[in-house]
Design a protein around this ligand. Structure first.
Ligand SMILES: NC(=O)c1ccc[n+]([C@@H]2O[C@H](COP(=O)([O-])OP(=O)(O)OC[C@H]3O[C@@H](n4cnc5c(N)ncnc54)[C@H](OP(=O)(O)O)[C@@H]3O)[C@@H](O)[C@H]2O)c1
Length: 324
C-alpha cells in the first residue's frame, strides 16, 4: 500500500510517500481502508520530534481518519467488515490502510461524509471539553478565542455561539478573520496589529473578557490574560506559535483570574463517560446542521507534505483533509 512515511525526526521535507506492507489485523485490532484523514497541528510536530509523544520509527503519521473496516482481529465485536468508521490512533492515518486498536474505532455517524468524520472528533472534542468541562462557559459571557481560524479555533467559535456566548475571534489576517465571521464570530480582532489589546478593550469595556481560549501561546498570551475581567478563566490549549509563555503570576492574583489547563486526550482517558456524552451532544448538533466543519482544503496523499508545511507555517485555515 502507499503511505506517507516518517523515517526520522526531521524537517517536514524529509517525509515521503512510499510503498509499504499493508497491515494485518491482530487480536483486538481492526484494519481500516482509509478514505479520508485530517491534518492536526500535532501531526506536524510529531514528524519533527517536537511533540510529547515520539512514536517508534519508521511510522505513518495521521492522528485521525475515517474509512471502511477491511479486516477485524480476534475478539473485536462492535464493528464488522464493511462498516463505515472513524478512528483516533495518534498515527497511521496518512496511508491507504491503517491498523487501529478496536477501542479507538467508532461507527461513523449516519449523516457524516468520510471527510467530515475525519475532521470532527479531535477539534470539536477538544473545544467542547475546554468550553464546557473546564471553563464552564455560560450563555451571555464573552470569550476571546486566539488562533480562531485554525482547527480547534473554528470549532471553538461554533461551539461558543451554540452555548450562547459573545465571541471575539482573534487571528493574524483579514482572510482568516473573514472565515471566523462566516462561522458566527460576533467581533473580529487582527492580533498582528500592535494595538490589538485596545481593540479588545473597545469591545468589552471595563468589565473585561470572561474566558480566553488560547491555542497559540507566544507573545499573545500575556496580553490576552490581561484582558480578562474579575474571575475570568484562561484556557491553556496549545502553543502553535512555538513559545511557551512565562506568565507573571500576579496577573492571576489580580482580579482572581483562573489559569486552567486543557488536555483533551487525558480527559478522555480519565473520564470516558463524560467524553461519550460530549460526543453524543456534538453528533446531535452536527446532525441538526449546527456544526458546519470548516474544511477549507482537500488534498491527495501526495499533497500531504505540502499541506503539513502550510499548517506549520501559518498558511492554513480551518481543516485540511487528505482524501485517499
Ligand atoms: N490541549 C489539547 O488537548 C489540544 C488538543 C488539540 C490541539 N491542541 C493544540 O492546539 C494548537 C492548535 O491546533 P490546531 O490543530 O487547531 O492547529 P492549526 O489548525 O494549525 O491552528 C493553529 C493556529 O495558530 C496560529 N498560529 C500562530 N502562530 C503560529 C505559528 N508560528 N505556526 C502555526 N500556527 C500559528 C494560526 O493562526 P494565526 O495565523 O491567525 O495566528 C493557526 O490558525 C496546537 O498547539 C495543538 O497542539 C491541543
Amino acid at each position: 500500500m502507499r503511505a506517507l512515511l516518517c523515517k526520522q525526526f526531521a524537517p517536514l521535507d524529509q517525509l515521503s510517500v512510499e510503498q509499504i506492507d499493508t497491515p494485518q489485523a491482530t487480536p483486538g485490532h481492526v484494519v481500516i481502508a482509509v478514505k479520508a484523514a485530517s491534518l492536526n497541528f500535532p501531526d506536524a510536530l510529531m514528524c519533527q520530534g517536537l511533540y510529547q509523544v515520539k512514536p517508534p520509527l519508521p511510522f505513518v503519521p495521521g492522528a485521525e481518519f475515517a474509512g471502511v473496516v477491511y479486516e477485524v482481529g480476534e475478539g473485536v465485536t462492535h464493528v464488522k467488515v464493511g462498516d463505515r468508521v472513524i478512528a483516533q490512533t495518534g498515527t497511521g492515518g496518512f496511508g491507504e490502510y491503517a491498523l487501529a486498536p478496536a477501542m479507538r474505532v467508532a461507527p461513523l455517524p449516519r449523516p457524516m461524509s468520510f471527510a467530515d468524520g475525519a475532521a470532527f472528533v479531535m477539534t470539536y472534542g477538544t473545544s467542547f471539553h475546554a468550553l464546557k468541562d473546564v471553563a464552564a462557559l455560560q450563555a451571555g459571557e464573552t470569550i476571546l478565542i486566539l488562533g480562531a481560524s485554525g482547527g480547534v479555533g473554528t470549532a471553538a467559535i461554533q461551539l461558543a455561539k451554540l452555548m450562547g456566548a459573545n465571541v471575539i475571534a482573534a487571528a493574524s489576517s483579514d482572510e482568516k478573520l473573514a472565515l471566523c465571521k462566516s462561522l458566527g464570530a460576533d467581533h473580529l480582532v487582527n492580533y498582528s496589529q500592535e494595538n490589538w489589546r485596545d481593540t479588545v478593550n473597545s469591545i468589552v469595556g471595563k468589565k473585561g473578557v470572561d474566558v480566553v481560549y488560547d491555542a497559540v501561546g507566544g507573545a499573545y498570551s500575556e496580553t490576552a490574560l490581561r484582558s480578562l475581567g474579575w474571575r475570568g478563566r484562561y484556557l491553556v490549549v496549545g502553543f502553535a506559535a512555538g513559545d511557551i509563555p512565562k506568565i507573571p503570576l500576579n496577573l492571576a492574583l489580580l482580579k482572581e483570574r483562573k489559569i486552567l489547563g486543557v488536555y483533551w486526550g487525558d480527559a478522555v482517558a480519565n473520564n470516558p463517560k463524560q467524553h461519550m456524552a460530549n460526543m453524543h451532544q456534538l453528533a446531535t448538533w452536527f446532525g441538526e446542521g449546527k456544526l458546519p466543519i470548516a474544511i477549507t482544503e482537500r488534498v491527495s496523499l501526495d499533497g500531504t507534505v505540502d499541506a503539513l508545511k502550510r499548517l506549520s507555517t501559518r498558511q492554513a485555515m480551518g481543516k485540511i483533509v487528505v482524501e485517499i
